[in-house]
Design a protein around this ligand. Structure first.
Ligand SMILES: Nc1ncnc2c1ncn2[C@@H]1O[C@H](COP(=O)(O)OP(=O)(O)OP(=O)(O)O)[C@@H](O)[C@H]1O
Ligand SMILES: [Mg+2]
Length: 350
């Protein structure tokens, strides 16, 4: 595990921060000046920059990176936000007000280290083409190797908790997170989601009227999910929406499920065409109606996996076993291959 980096020459601020680090069970690396900070800048999973060194740090223009925060013990004057912006910091934390949240972020570092989860978006090329089923299959297979979660970003879908057999398991759902304005720690989210055998679901309440995703809650939940799980699979809705586009842009890979009927391919063409770079998407194809090359040419995105129909799917879901009953079936095999190819291709360090 790599230590967080604290950048400050202010001894009393450092004392405060060391106390919080101790509460989180981590020992930070401390840089008392800019050159020392720059040396450790990219290695650390999280960086706290004291307000005393924020201006010289911003002037040194270190490489932009995630998880940088400016910390101070007085009320935050406006100019600090400008410096934070120049430094590429995520936000400014005022002590002691943000203490609890800072301890949680430091705890996340202890928990997850620098790694972040592989994030895969799945969207249907046409309605009912199997996006939700494939998203759940990926999480089910991935859970063998480490914690996985399916994030249901489609309020009109069947509910991924139902597909995975987690609908009767207690835990947090979107409605509990929907109006949050606070930061979420990876551990708090992971511990509160309905889960079975390493696989969790963040979905909508069964009986509740479908609502829209709330931008703040969605961003926070995804960021925490990614820090707390090895694999995050997002069931994306087909409807165009700026928040969904933003979420898709944060995925390591977006997969599009395609059925090889004329209507299925025509709809997939349209759907893929709405992404800024259709060539970066990957098609997961069910049916043998068209060969890979023709499909890729027509749709504008490469085929990453083909599979046949999975028999006994409805029964497996009704029994609460999730879509993958056997890893040797067409669905299990396809999910294993897709995960293996993504794991090889995508660097996992933050
Ligand atoms: N791999 C598969 N093998 C056989 N049938 C499948 C498979 N995937 C999906 N189906 C069938 O298609 C139906 C719809 O699947 P799913 O809900 O995953 O589609 P979707 O693309 O998410 O649909 P929506 O547009 O409603 O979001 C399933 O209930 C099942 O009957
Ligand atoms: Mg769906």
């Amino acid at each position: 595990m790599t230590a967080p980096l604290f950048v400050t020459a202010d001894e009393s601020l450092l004392d405060e921060l060391l106390r919080l680090a101790a509460a989180a069970g981590t020992t930070p690396e401390v840089a008392h000046d800019v050159p020392a900070a720059l040396r450790a800048w990219l290695k650390a999973p999280l960086v706290l920059v004291g307000e005393d060194l924020a201006v010289p740090m911003a002037r040194a223009a270190p490489t932009r990176r995630d998880a940088v925060f400016v910390v101070l013990t007085a009320p935050v004057p406006d100019r600090v936000f400008q410096v934070a912006l120049a430094l590429g910091a995520e936000s400014v934390a005022e002590l002691p007000r943000s203490e609890g949240w800072l301890v949680e972020r430091l705890t996340d570092v202890v928990d997850a280290g620098p790694a972040r989860g592989l994030t895969i978006g799945v969207v249907g090329g046409s309605g009912g083409s199997g996006a939700t089923i494939f998203a759940c299959a990926l999480a089910q297979v991935a859970a063998r190797g480490g914690p996985s979660v399916v994030v249901d970003a489609d309020p009109l879908g069947p509910g991924v908790d139902r597909v995975l057999g987690l609908d009767l398991v207690d835990g947090v759902r979107w409605d509990a997170l929907g109006h949050t304005t606070g930061r979420l720690s990876a551990r708090a989210l992971r511990d509160s989601l309905p889960r079975r055998e390493g696989m969790a679901a963040l979905s909508w309440f069964g009986g509740a009227q479908p609502r829209r995703l709330q931008p703040f809650a969605a961003r926070e939940a995804l960021s925490a999910a990614r820090r707390g799980h090895d694999t995050v699979v997002i069931d994306l809705p087909r409807a165009a929406d700026p928040l969904v586009d933003e979420i898709a842009a944060r995925c390591d890979q977006v997969l599009v499920t395609v059925v090889t009927t004329v209507a299925g391919v025509a709809a997939a063409m349209r759907l893929c065409g709405r992404f800024p770079d259709p060539g970066a998407l990957g098609l997961v194809v069910r049916g043998s109606g068209m060969d890979d090359e023709t499909l890729a040419r027509v749709v504008g995105s490469p085929v990453v996996q083909r599979m046949g129909d999975q028999r006994g799917l409805a029964e497996s879901i009704d029994l609460g076993l999730g879509p993958v009953r056997s890893r040797r079936g067409p669905l299990g095999r396809a999910a294993i291959r897709v995960l293996a190819s993504l794991g090889d291709r995508i660097p996992r360090a933050a």
